[in-house]
Design a protein around this ligand. Structure first.
Ligand SMILES: [Zn+2]
Length: 171
């Protein structure tokens, strides 16, 4: 996937991330692109909305894409996500046999693709994923940072504290 195409899809993922703000979730968004370059499915973080620890943007998008395709195998597909996937989502990417991962900003506290682990390119696992890192990273980080800015703090967001995602301060 070339840089222009990756940025175009990252803007779709960013729009999805912004929509998570409507339900007071940390703004992370994802989109799965089919091998023919069309959109298969979107997903956004709904952990607070669904009260589900596994309702991350990547899993929502992978589930929806598999439902659209009618198979769990996402051969040749690309997942584009605004934040570096965690261990759970990186594991799901391997399970889905997806071809490619494009992500925006690093997550130094929980990232499992470059920051803490590299699960998707571990040669011991049965499938490896091509990785494109840092696409529109500034925009993705700014959106996350805006969520955790105290002036935007509301009681509905008590479940999401700044210490849950303080990655940027550690860079
Ligand atoms: Zn995750």
């Amino acid at each position: 996937m070339d840089a222009t195409t990756a940025e175009r899809w990252m803007r779709v993922a960013l729009a999805e991330a912004r929509a998570a703000l409507d339900h007071h979730d940390v703004p992370v968004g994802a989109v799965v692109v089919a091998p023919d370059g069309t959109e298969l499915a979107c997903g956004r973080n709904r952990r607070e909305q669904q009260r589900d620890p596994t309702a991350h943007a990547e899993l929502e998008a992978l589930r929806a894409a598999a439902a659209t395709l009618g198979t769990w195998r996402l051969d040749g597909c690309t997942l584009v996500v605004t934040l570096e996937p965690c261990a759970m989502c990186a594991g799901a990417l391997v399970q889905s046999r997806i071809a490619r991962l494009v992500f925006g900003t690093d997550d130094p506290k929980a990232g499992a693709v470059t920051s803490l682990f590299d699960l998707v390119r571990d040669p011991r696992l049965p499938h490896r994923v091509e990785v494109h890192r840092g696409i529109l990273a500034g925009d993705c980080a700014t959106l996350l940072r805006s969520f955790f800015t105290p002036r935007r703090y509301t009681p509905q967001r008590q479940g999401a504290r700044v210490d849950e995602w303080g990655g940027l301060e550690n860079r």
